[in-house]
Design a protein around this ligand. Structure first.
Ligand code: ADP
Ligand code: MG
Length: 263
């Protein structure tokens, strides 16, 4: 905890990860990871398979529980409430409320296959936010425009390309009005010719001021859009800095080897 409260950067950060470790049985998937993300910035995370990138995102949005350390999102300690000197676990509804701050887009598109594009986007706001349907549909249409798929409103996922499905998945996450978007290798499952259209939507989102944490192997995108890049290996945060440093002139041998292998 003390690291959260003493890190100067944490004062403005929208996400503060302080000395976080996560175990799966004997495996240490995250080893004492600390990271602060400023609002309106894009943090890219790179690293080999199994290095803990997805686990880190999943801990931020409470799909996994951390074993050590603390994570703050939008000013709140996640998962716990401090009562005197003790930390008490939050109830499920409290966790659900905290999770609304964060939108997540996965490698696989995870759309509801029995729903149209529009239905996929309005489902969350209708059931969770409990706002008038007319308003929600109007906002969903604006989001469909924004991702360039207004004409696909009545198409089912099976009628859409992977790139289109992923753009719908982004619109669906945005419909909940998150303050923070997490992307876990959003283009890794796509045919190469469809990668660009998804990266374009993400680029626009970044330009609109959205805070984003993006796990990606698209180093060109990272170089262009990221404020900061971190390289992870074996559960550790090995190197962090601006893209011009981490991607172009990395200081650590492990980062250099990884980048040479990806390029
Ligand atoms: P990355 O996203 O960088 O490929 P992950 O975060 O998915 O890495 O995984 C980090 C490590 O944790 C890997 O060794 C992986 O096998 C392990 N791991 C991830 N999720 C689980 C789980 N639910 N149960 C057991 N081990 C897991
Ligand atoms: Mg992963």
């Amino acid at each position: 905890m003390s690291a959260v409260e003493t890190t100067a950067k944490a004062d403005h950060a929208i996400v503060t990860i302080a000395n976080v470790s996560k175990f799966f049985g004997p495996l240490k998937a995250l080893n004492n990871v600390s990271l602060a993300i400023e609002p309106g910035t894009v943090q890219c995370i790179i690293g080999p398979s199994g290095s803990g990138k997805s686990t880190l995102l999943r801990c931020i949005n409470q799909l996994e529980k951390i074993d050590q350390g603390a994570i703050r999102v939008d000013g709140e300690l996640i998962g716990y409430r401090r009562v005197g000197d003790e930390l008490h676990e939050l109830t499920d509804p409290e966790v659900a409320r905290q999770r609304l701050v964060t939108g997540m887009v996965f490698q696989r598109f995870n759309l509801f296959n029995h729903m149209t594009a529009l239905q996929n986007i309005i489902e969350g706001p209708l059931t969770v936010l409990k706002r008038p349907r007319k308003e929600i549909v109007a906002e969903a249409m604006a989001l469909l425009e924004r991702v360039g798929l207004a004409e696909k409103r009545d198409s089912y996922p099976s009628e859409l390309s992977g790139g289109q499905q992923q753009r719908i998945a982004i619109a669906r996450a945005l419909a909940m009005k998150p303050k923070l978007m997490l992307f876990d290798e959003p283009t890794s499952a796509l045919d190469p010719e469809l990668v660009g259209e998804v990266l374009n939507v993400m680029r626009d989102l970044a330009a609109s001021g959205m805070t984003m944490i993006v796990v990606t192997h698209e180093l060109g995108f990272a170089r262009e859009v990221a404020g900061d890049v971190v390289f992870m290996d074996k559960g550790e945060l090995v190197e962090q800095g601006p893209p011009q440093t981490v991607l172009v002139a990395p200081k650590q041998a492990r980062t250099r080897d990884f980048i040479a292998a990806v390029l």
